[in-house]
Ligand binder design. Sequence first.
Ligand SMILES: Cc1ncc(COP(=O)(O)O)c(C=O)c1O
Length: 380
Amino acid sequence: MVIETPAARPANPRFSSGPCAKNPTFTLDKLADAPLGRSHRAAVGKAKLKAAIETTREVLGIPADYRIGIVPASDTGAMEMAMWSLLGQRPVEMLAWESFGAGWVTDVVKQLKLDATVKTAEYGEIVDLAGVDFDKDVVFTWNGTTSGVRVPNGDFIPADRDGLTICDATSAAFAMDLPWDKLDVATFSWQKVLGGEAAHGMLVLSPRAVARLESYTPAWPLPKIFRMTKGGKLIEGIFVGETINTPSMLAVEDYLVALDWAKSVGGLQGLIARADANTAVIADFVESRGWIEFLAADPAIRSNTSVCVKFADDRIADGAAFAKAVAKRLEAEGVALDIGAYRDAPAGLRIWCGGTVETSDVAALMPWLDWAFNAEIAAQ
Ligand SMILES: Cc1ncc(COP(=O)(O)O)c(C=O)c1O
């Protein structure tokens, strides 16, 4: 069999699921306005941090009475800060459908040692959302980056719940509609859908989450970088840009540039449309080939950012080795970087489809999947 090399290549081969591709207009000189060598507590630094918070609110449509903080340690820092500060007052229900959700389960069960009900699903599936008990605090991941699933919407969360909802939304924010009235805590990192830099996390708190912070003190000690209250009152400064410790003003500038770009493509709805268009290209491809399938079989819970596919062909002898070899071929050709499945996930490929990725690049990648698949079948 003659395996034809595709004529065209993606202009940008970066399909990593984090850090994700910079936006298509990005160049380093766009960061020239960063107040480097200045204090983040000087007026110029504070103004940048406040702009990062308020532009986030504008683009994501976060209600005016929700607090938004820039916190240390990327999405992980924001999630851990939330769990360590808020949990323990009432029983907890932990929902996990991939590696990161499983990591939050470990935190709650093994580190915090809380009374938790743990519900898990296999890769490619989510748990029965109808059975979730919202009298408890519920911790879940909106979009499972390592399995390519997401919750379909927020309808499963009742408006009149007693518990808090704590949502890791890092690969969902800026690509999916997040119902803020259903989320008491949402976290994300700049390095995901907007293609920003890691290091800082975003922590979004509803008024109910703030009420919990001000009325409940956990039984365990909290390190300084987790502390959001002083004398039983919220430290409001954190939510106007007075960060707990020193942020990178270069990363802040980069985030502001990314937000500007997001606005230029139509804001949140524009970003969602871009991610949907990217995912549709892969869906068309998968549908027209017998040897490739989505990890998430049900389109209702299929991600439009972290798109995970697996190989299904009787000729494949060793699934894991095959998938790795395909990813390696694509990387060696320089047409797709970092698209091997996550280390704990089932063998396959994970192609990031968030808004910073151009649809023309996803389309240009598809013939290369044919090429790499056929070449690897022949090489086995
Ligand atoms: C769902 C989810 N949660 C948490 C993380 C960790 O994010 P960070 O490394 O930005 O802390 C990731 C990163 O891929 C993720 O996809």
